[in-house]
Design a protein. Structure first.
Length: 412
Protein backbone atom coordinates (compact mmCIF):
# COMPACT_ATOMS: atom_id res chain seq x y z
CA UNK A 1 0.00 0.00 0.00
CA UNK A 2 2.88 2.40 0.67
CA UNK A 3 4.30 1.94 -2.85
CA UNK A 4 0.99 3.11 -4.40
CA UNK A 5 1.04 6.44 -2.54
CA UNK A 6 1.67 9.45 -4.82
CA UNK A 7 5.07 11.08 -4.78
CA UNK A 8 6.69 14.35 -5.94
CA UNK A 9 4.01 16.72 -4.56
CA UNK A 10 4.95 19.79 -6.57
CA UNK A 11 3.65 22.13 -9.21
CA UNK A 12 0.05 23.25 -9.62
CA UNK A 13 -1.27 20.17 -7.83
CA UNK A 14 0.89 20.58 -4.72
CA UNK A 15 -1.97 20.68 -2.21
CA UNK A 16 -3.82 17.72 -3.69
CA UNK A 17 -0.69 15.58 -4.05
CA UNK A 18 0.43 16.47 -0.53
CA UNK A 19 -2.89 15.61 1.10
CA UNK A 20 -3.29 12.42 -0.94
CA UNK A 21 0.19 11.35 0.11
CA UNK A 22 -0.44 12.03 3.83
CA UNK A 23 -3.83 10.34 3.77
CA UNK A 24 -2.46 7.32 1.93
CA UNK A 25 0.40 6.95 4.38
CA UNK A 26 -1.91 7.26 7.40
CA UNK A 27 -4.21 4.54 6.08
CA UNK A 28 -1.29 2.31 5.13
CA UNK A 29 0.26 2.65 8.60
CA UNK A 30 -3.04 2.01 10.36
CA UNK A 31 -4.25 -1.01 8.37
CA UNK A 32 -0.89 -2.51 7.41
CA UNK A 33 0.55 -2.11 10.89
CA UNK A 34 -2.44 -3.82 12.51
CA UNK A 35 -2.41 -6.75 10.12
CA UNK A 36 1.34 -7.22 10.64
CA UNK A 37 0.96 -7.21 14.43
CA UNK A 38 -2.08 -9.50 14.41
CA UNK A 39 -0.37 -12.13 12.24
CA UNK A 40 0.39 -15.50 13.90
CA UNK A 41 3.84 -15.62 15.48
CA UNK A 42 4.15 -11.85 15.76
CA UNK A 43 5.14 -9.95 18.89
CA UNK A 44 1.52 -9.14 19.62
CA UNK A 45 0.48 -12.79 19.59
CA UNK A 46 3.19 -13.64 22.13
CA UNK A 47 2.24 -10.71 24.38
CA UNK A 48 -1.45 -11.56 24.15
CA UNK A 49 -0.78 -15.20 25.03
CA UNK A 50 1.25 -14.14 28.06
CA UNK A 51 -1.48 -11.76 29.23
CA UNK A 52 -4.18 -14.39 28.97
CA UNK A 53 -1.98 -16.85 30.89
CA UNK A 54 -1.57 -14.31 33.69
CA UNK A 55 -5.32 -13.74 33.85
CA UNK A 56 -5.99 -17.47 34.22
CA UNK A 57 -3.21 -17.76 36.83
CA UNK A 58 -4.66 -14.91 38.89
CA UNK A 59 -8.08 -16.54 38.83
CA UNK A 60 -6.51 -19.81 39.98
CA UNK A 61 -4.69 -18.12 42.88
CA UNK A 62 -7.92 -16.47 43.88
CA UNK A 63 -9.64 -19.83 44.10
CA UNK A 64 -6.73 -21.22 46.14
CA UNK A 65 -7.10 -18.39 48.63
CA UNK A 66 -10.72 -19.33 49.18
CA UNK A 67 -12.28 -16.39 47.38
CA UNK A 68 -14.70 -17.72 44.80
CA UNK A 69 -15.40 -15.05 42.17
CA UNK A 70 -18.95 -13.79 42.09
CA UNK A 71 -21.13 -14.07 39.01
CA UNK A 72 -20.60 -10.38 38.28
CA UNK A 73 -16.80 -10.62 38.44
CA UNK A 74 -16.76 -13.75 36.32
CA UNK A 75 -18.99 -12.24 33.65
CA UNK A 76 -16.90 -9.04 33.50
CA UNK A 77 -13.69 -11.04 33.18
CA UNK A 78 -15.12 -13.14 30.36
CA UNK A 79 -16.44 -10.03 28.60
CA UNK A 80 -13.02 -8.36 28.75
CA UNK A 81 -11.30 -11.47 27.43
CA UNK A 82 -13.82 -11.68 24.58
CA UNK A 83 -13.39 -8.01 23.66
CA UNK A 84 -9.61 -8.28 23.68
CA UNK A 85 -9.56 -11.41 21.52
CA UNK A 86 -12.13 -10.04 19.07
CA UNK A 87 -10.47 -6.65 18.54
CA UNK A 88 -6.84 -7.75 18.76
CA UNK A 89 -7.06 -10.71 16.39
CA UNK A 90 -9.92 -9.96 13.96
CA UNK A 91 -9.32 -7.25 11.36
CA UNK A 92 -12.99 -7.26 10.34
CA UNK A 93 -14.20 -6.42 13.84
CA UNK A 94 -11.39 -3.91 14.41
CA UNK A 95 -12.03 -2.12 11.12
CA UNK A 96 -15.78 -1.86 11.73
CA UNK A 97 -15.64 -0.69 15.35
CA UNK A 98 -12.46 1.40 15.49
CA UNK A 99 -10.62 1.92 12.19
CA UNK A 100 -13.51 3.25 10.11
CA UNK A 101 -14.74 5.39 12.99
CA UNK A 102 -11.34 7.06 13.45
CA UNK A 103 -10.33 7.39 9.79
CA UNK A 104 -13.59 7.90 7.87
CA UNK A 105 -15.99 9.09 10.55
CA UNK A 106 -14.55 12.62 10.96
CA UNK A 107 -15.05 13.48 7.25
CA UNK A 108 -18.68 12.33 7.36
CA UNK A 109 -19.42 14.27 10.55
CA UNK A 110 -17.70 17.40 9.21
CA UNK A 111 -19.83 17.16 6.05
CA UNK A 112 -23.01 16.83 8.12
CA UNK A 113 -22.03 19.87 10.22
CA UNK A 114 -20.88 22.11 7.36
CA UNK A 115 -23.59 21.30 4.81
CA UNK A 116 -26.37 23.33 6.53
CA UNK A 117 -24.01 26.35 6.68
CA UNK A 118 -23.01 25.88 3.01
CA UNK A 119 -19.33 25.74 3.90
CA UNK A 120 -16.91 25.08 1.02
CA UNK A 121 -15.88 21.44 0.90
CA UNK A 122 -18.74 20.26 3.14
CA UNK A 123 -20.15 18.07 0.39
CA UNK A 124 -16.72 16.70 -0.47
CA UNK A 125 -13.76 18.09 -2.32
CA UNK A 126 -12.22 20.05 0.54
CA UNK A 127 -8.74 19.38 -0.81
CA UNK A 128 -9.75 20.70 -4.23
CA UNK A 129 -11.04 23.93 -2.71
CA UNK A 130 -7.79 24.34 -0.78
CA UNK A 131 -5.85 23.88 -4.01
CA UNK A 132 -7.99 26.53 -5.70
CA UNK A 133 -7.23 29.03 -2.91
CA UNK A 134 -3.53 28.22 -3.17
CA UNK A 135 -3.52 28.93 -6.95
CA UNK A 136 -5.28 32.24 -6.26
CA UNK A 137 -2.52 33.17 -3.82
CA UNK A 138 0.08 32.37 -6.48
CA UNK A 139 -1.63 34.45 -9.15
CA UNK A 140 -2.03 37.37 -6.77
CA UNK A 141 1.65 37.23 -5.85
CA UNK A 142 2.55 37.35 -9.55
CA UNK A 143 0.17 40.25 -10.26
CA UNK A 144 1.43 42.20 -7.28
CA UNK A 145 -0.39 44.98 -5.50
CA UNK A 146 0.19 47.71 -8.10
CA UNK A 147 1.13 50.28 -5.47
CA UNK A 148 1.15 53.81 -6.91
CA UNK A 149 3.46 56.50 -5.59
CA UNK A 150 1.06 59.27 -4.67
CA UNK A 151 1.92 62.83 -5.74
CA UNK A 152 2.15 65.57 -3.13
CA UNK A 153 0.68 69.01 -3.95
CA UNK A 154 2.02 71.57 -1.48
CA UNK A 155 -0.23 74.23 -0.03
CA UNK A 156 -0.34 77.47 -2.00
CA UNK A 157 0.42 75.79 -5.31
CA UNK A 158 -2.06 77.37 -7.72
CA UNK A 159 -0.91 75.49 -10.78
CA UNK A 160 -2.10 72.10 -9.47
CA UNK A 161 1.08 70.37 -10.58
CA UNK A 162 2.72 68.10 -7.98
CA UNK A 163 6.12 69.16 -6.86
CA UNK A 164 7.13 65.87 -5.16
CA UNK A 165 6.07 62.26 -4.71
CA UNK A 166 5.53 60.21 -1.53
CA UNK A 167 7.77 57.11 -1.51
CA UNK A 168 6.55 53.72 -0.32
CA UNK A 169 6.79 53.54 3.48
CA UNK A 170 7.86 49.86 3.59
CA UNK A 171 9.46 48.93 0.29
CA UNK A 172 8.97 45.25 -0.56
CA UNK A 173 6.66 44.53 2.38
CA UNK A 174 3.64 43.93 0.17
CA UNK A 175 5.39 41.13 -1.69
CA UNK A 176 6.53 39.66 1.63
CA UNK A 177 2.99 39.82 3.04
CA UNK A 178 1.52 38.06 0.01
CA UNK A 179 4.13 35.30 0.19
CA UNK A 180 3.78 35.05 3.96
CA UNK A 181 -0.01 34.75 3.80
CA UNK A 182 0.31 31.83 1.39
CA UNK A 183 2.90 30.15 3.61
CA UNK A 184 0.74 30.51 6.71
CA UNK A 185 -2.36 29.29 4.84
CA UNK A 186 -0.67 26.15 3.54
CA UNK A 187 1.10 25.42 6.83
CA UNK A 188 -2.08 25.69 8.90
CA UNK A 189 -4.28 23.74 6.48
CA UNK A 190 -1.90 20.95 5.52
CA UNK A 191 -0.20 20.80 8.91
CA UNK A 192 -3.46 20.52 10.85
CA UNK A 193 -4.88 17.80 8.63
CA UNK A 194 -1.60 15.88 8.46
CA UNK A 195 -1.17 16.03 12.24
CA UNK A 196 -4.51 14.45 13.13
CA UNK A 197 -4.37 11.90 10.31
CA UNK A 198 -0.87 10.60 11.07
CA UNK A 199 -1.58 10.43 14.82
CA UNK A 200 -4.72 8.42 14.12
CA UNK A 201 -2.84 6.09 11.76
CA UNK A 202 -0.07 5.41 14.27
CA UNK A 203 -2.46 4.73 17.14
CA UNK A 204 -4.60 2.46 14.97
CA UNK A 205 -1.50 0.44 14.06
CA UNK A 206 -0.61 0.00 17.77
CA UNK A 207 -4.23 -0.58 18.76
CA UNK A 208 -3.92 -4.34 19.51
CA UNK A 209 -1.24 -3.69 22.15
CA UNK A 210 -3.35 -1.10 23.96
CA UNK A 211 -6.45 -3.29 23.74
CA UNK A 212 -4.52 -6.11 25.43
CA UNK A 213 -3.72 -3.71 28.32
CA UNK A 214 -7.43 -3.73 29.16
CA UNK A 215 -7.02 -7.05 30.99
CA UNK A 216 -5.14 -5.68 34.03
CA UNK A 217 -5.77 -2.89 36.47
CA UNK A 218 -2.19 -1.60 36.41
CA UNK A 219 -2.14 -1.23 32.61
CA UNK A 220 -5.72 -0.09 32.08
CA UNK A 221 -4.57 3.53 32.16
CA UNK A 222 -2.65 2.91 28.92
CA UNK A 223 -5.84 1.69 27.26
CA UNK A 224 -7.72 4.75 28.47
CA UNK A 225 -4.94 7.03 27.21
CA UNK A 226 -5.05 5.33 23.82
CA UNK A 227 -8.80 5.89 23.56
CA UNK A 228 -8.41 9.53 24.62
CA UNK A 229 -5.71 10.38 22.09
CA UNK A 230 -7.53 8.55 19.30
CA UNK A 231 -10.78 10.34 20.14
CA UNK A 232 -8.88 13.64 20.33
CA UNK A 233 -7.42 13.04 16.86
CA UNK A 234 -10.88 12.29 15.46
CA UNK A 235 -12.40 15.39 17.07
CA UNK A 236 -9.42 17.45 15.87
CA UNK A 237 -9.98 16.25 12.30
CA UNK A 238 -13.63 17.30 12.49
CA UNK A 239 -12.79 20.71 13.95
CA UNK A 240 -9.96 21.33 11.46
CA UNK A 241 -12.21 20.52 8.49
CA UNK A 242 -14.93 22.85 9.77
CA UNK A 243 -12.48 25.71 10.45
CA UNK A 244 -10.91 25.29 7.01
CA UNK A 245 -14.39 25.46 5.48
CA UNK A 246 -15.01 28.75 7.30
CA UNK A 247 -11.63 30.09 6.15
CA UNK A 248 -12.33 29.13 2.55
CA UNK A 249 -15.72 30.80 2.75
CA UNK A 250 -13.87 34.02 3.57
CA UNK A 251 -10.82 33.71 1.31
CA UNK A 252 -12.30 32.37 -1.95
CA UNK A 253 -14.53 35.35 -2.83
CA UNK A 254 -11.96 37.76 -1.41
CA UNK A 255 -9.14 36.40 -3.59
CA UNK A 256 -11.37 36.36 -6.68
CA UNK A 257 -12.27 40.02 -6.09
CA UNK A 258 -8.63 41.01 -5.60
CA UNK A 259 -7.55 39.26 -8.79
CA UNK A 260 -10.37 40.87 -10.75
CA UNK A 261 -9.33 44.30 -9.55
CA UNK A 262 -5.67 43.69 -10.38
CA UNK A 263 -6.46 42.46 -13.89
CA UNK A 264 -8.50 45.63 -14.35
CA UNK A 265 -5.41 47.67 -13.47
CA UNK A 266 -6.58 48.75 -10.01
CA UNK A 267 -4.06 48.92 -7.18
CA UNK A 268 -4.70 47.00 -3.95
CA UNK A 269 -2.12 48.45 -1.53
CA UNK A 270 -3.75 47.28 1.73
CA UNK A 271 -4.70 43.73 0.68
CA UNK A 272 -1.39 41.95 1.49
CA UNK A 273 -1.40 42.91 5.16
CA UNK A 274 -5.09 42.06 5.49
CA UNK A 275 -4.55 38.62 3.93
CA UNK A 276 -1.59 37.97 6.20
CA UNK A 277 -3.60 38.88 9.31
CA UNK A 278 -6.53 36.71 8.23
CA UNK A 279 -4.41 33.63 7.53
CA UNK A 280 -2.47 34.00 10.80
CA UNK A 281 -5.75 34.36 12.70
CA UNK A 282 -7.18 31.16 11.24
CA UNK A 283 -3.90 29.36 11.92
CA UNK A 284 -4.31 30.15 15.61
CA UNK A 285 -7.95 29.03 15.44
CA UNK A 286 -6.88 25.65 14.04
CA UNK A 287 -4.33 25.23 16.81
CA UNK A 288 -6.98 26.15 19.37
CA UNK A 289 -9.52 23.71 17.96
CA UNK A 290 -6.99 20.87 18.08
CA UNK A 291 -6.12 21.74 21.68
CA UNK A 292 -9.81 21.95 22.65
CA UNK A 293 -10.45 18.54 21.03
CA UNK A 294 -7.63 17.03 23.07
CA UNK A 295 -9.01 18.54 26.27
CA UNK A 296 -12.47 17.18 25.55
CA UNK A 297 -11.09 13.69 24.88
CA UNK A 298 -9.23 13.74 28.22
CA UNK A 299 -12.58 13.44 29.99
CA UNK A 300 -13.03 9.83 28.90
CA UNK A 301 -13.15 7.31 31.77
CA UNK A 302 -13.94 3.62 31.88
CA UNK A 303 -17.04 2.58 33.84
CA UNK A 304 -16.40 1.84 37.55
CA UNK A 305 -17.43 -1.79 37.07
CA UNK A 306 -14.43 -2.36 34.81
CA UNK A 307 -12.15 -1.09 37.57
CA UNK A 308 -13.50 -2.90 40.65
CA UNK A 309 -13.32 -6.51 39.46
CA UNK A 310 -9.57 -6.64 38.74
CA UNK A 311 -8.92 -4.69 41.94
CA UNK A 312 -10.70 -7.34 43.97
CA UNK A 313 -8.68 -10.03 42.21
CA UNK A 314 -5.40 -8.32 43.09
CA UNK A 315 -6.43 -7.66 46.69
CA UNK A 316 -6.94 -11.38 47.21
CA UNK A 317 -3.24 -11.95 46.50
CA UNK A 318 -2.12 -9.13 48.81
CA UNK A 319 -4.02 -10.44 51.84
CA UNK A 320 -7.43 -10.07 53.38
CA UNK A 321 -6.60 -8.34 56.67
CA UNK A 322 -7.78 -4.91 55.50
CA UNK A 323 -10.95 -6.50 54.17
CA UNK A 324 -11.76 -8.05 57.55
CA UNK A 325 -10.92 -4.83 59.42
CA UNK A 326 -13.22 -2.79 57.17
CA UNK A 327 -15.99 -5.36 57.57
CA UNK A 328 -15.58 -5.33 61.35
CA UNK A 329 -15.73 -1.54 61.42
CA UNK A 330 -18.95 -1.57 59.43
CA UNK A 331 -20.54 -4.10 61.86
CA UNK A 332 -19.47 -2.05 64.88
CA UNK A 333 -17.26 -4.76 66.36
CA UNK A 334 -14.28 -4.29 68.62
CA UNK A 335 -10.92 -3.78 66.95
CA UNK A 336 -9.74 -7.27 67.84
CA UNK A 337 -12.89 -9.08 66.76
CA UNK A 338 -12.50 -8.39 63.07
CA UNK A 339 -8.93 -9.63 62.84
CA UNK A 340 -7.97 -12.69 60.87
CA UNK A 341 -7.02 -16.02 62.45
CA UNK A 342 -3.39 -15.61 61.43
CA UNK A 343 -3.12 -12.26 63.22
CA UNK A 344 -4.76 -13.70 66.36
CA UNK A 345 -2.36 -16.66 66.37
CA UNK A 346 0.64 -14.34 66.02
CA UNK A 347 -0.55 -12.26 68.97
CA UNK A 348 -1.00 -15.37 71.12
CA UNK A 349 2.52 -16.63 70.36
CA UNK A 350 3.99 -13.18 71.10
CA UNK A 351 2.16 -13.02 74.45
CA UNK A 352 3.45 -16.47 75.41
CA UNK A 353 7.02 -15.43 74.62
CA UNK A 354 6.68 -12.30 76.73
CA UNK A 355 5.39 -14.30 79.69
CA UNK A 356 8.32 -16.73 79.50
CA UNK A 357 10.78 -13.82 79.31
CA UNK A 358 9.22 -12.22 82.38
CA UNK A 359 9.44 -15.44 84.38
CA UNK A 360 13.09 -15.99 83.42
CA UNK A 361 14.29 -12.46 84.31
CA UNK A 362 12.26 -11.09 87.24
CA UNK A 363 14.90 -8.49 88.12
CA UNK A 364 14.37 -6.70 84.83
CA UNK A 365 10.94 -5.64 85.98
CA UNK A 366 12.28 -3.97 89.13
CA UNK A 367 13.21 -0.75 87.35
CA UNK A 368 10.63 1.92 86.69
CA UNK A 369 11.10 1.80 82.89
CA UNK A 370 11.22 -1.96 82.41
CA UNK A 371 7.60 -2.80 82.97
CA UNK A 372 6.42 -5.61 80.68
CA UNK A 373 2.95 -5.45 79.14
CA UNK A 374 1.17 -8.79 79.53
CA UNK A 375 -1.64 -9.89 77.29
CA UNK A 376 -3.90 -12.86 77.69
CA UNK A 377 -5.79 -14.36 80.65
CA UNK A 378 -4.72 -13.34 84.14
CA UNK A 379 -4.38 -16.95 85.31
CA UNK A 380 -1.39 -17.48 83.05
CA UNK A 381 0.67 -14.75 84.78
CA UNK A 382 2.31 -15.54 88.20
CA UNK A 383 1.43 -13.12 91.01
CA UNK A 384 4.97 -13.11 92.53
CA UNK A 385 8.32 -13.22 90.85
CA UNK A 386 10.42 -16.34 91.47
CA UNK A 387 13.31 -15.79 93.95
CA UNK A 388 16.85 -16.51 92.74
CA UNK A 389 18.47 -19.81 93.62
CA UNK A 390 19.92 -19.87 97.22
CA UNK A 391 17.95 -16.84 98.39
CA UNK A 392 14.66 -18.51 99.26
CA UNK A 393 15.41 -18.17 103.04
CA UNK A 394 17.22 -15.20 104.56
CA UNK A 395 19.91 -15.66 107.31
CA UNK A 396 18.84 -14.39 110.76
CA UNK A 397 20.86 -11.69 112.45
CA UNK A 398 19.54 -12.46 116.01
CA UNK A 399 19.51 -15.65 118.11
CA UNK A 400 16.35 -17.75 118.03
CA UNK A 401 14.70 -18.34 121.48
CA UNK A 402 11.96 -20.90 121.94
CA UNK A 403 8.91 -20.42 124.18
CA UNK A 404 9.98 -23.16 126.65
CA UNK A 405 13.39 -21.61 127.11
CA UNK A 406 11.74 -18.32 127.84
CA UNK A 407 9.53 -19.80 130.59
CA UNK A 408 12.51 -21.58 132.09
CA UNK A 409 14.47 -18.39 132.28
CA UNK A 410 11.53 -16.67 134.01
CA UNK A 411 11.15 -19.52 136.59
CA UNK A 412 14.78 -19.35 137.49
Amino acid sequence: MIASCPTTPQGAVFVRRMMDFVDCQAQAIGSGGYQALAAPGSTLSLVLTGFLTLVVALLGYRLLLGRTPSVRDGVLTLVKIGIVLALATSWTAYRTLIYDVAMRGPAELAADIGRPAALPGAGGGLVGRLAFADRAFQQLAVAGTGNLVLPVVPAGNTTGQPSAQTPDMFPGFSSFALGGSRIVFLTAALGGLALVRLIAGLLLALGPFFIAFLLFEGTRGLFEGWIRVLAGAALGAIGTAVVLGVELALLEPWLVDLLTRRYAGEAIPGAPVELLVATVLFAFVILGIIYASARVAMGFRLPPAWRSAPGQLASALRGEERHYAAAAGERGLAPGEGRSRAATLVDAVAASQRREAAQATPGASAGPGSRVRHEGPARDIPTHATAPLGQSYRRRTTARVSARAGRRDLAS
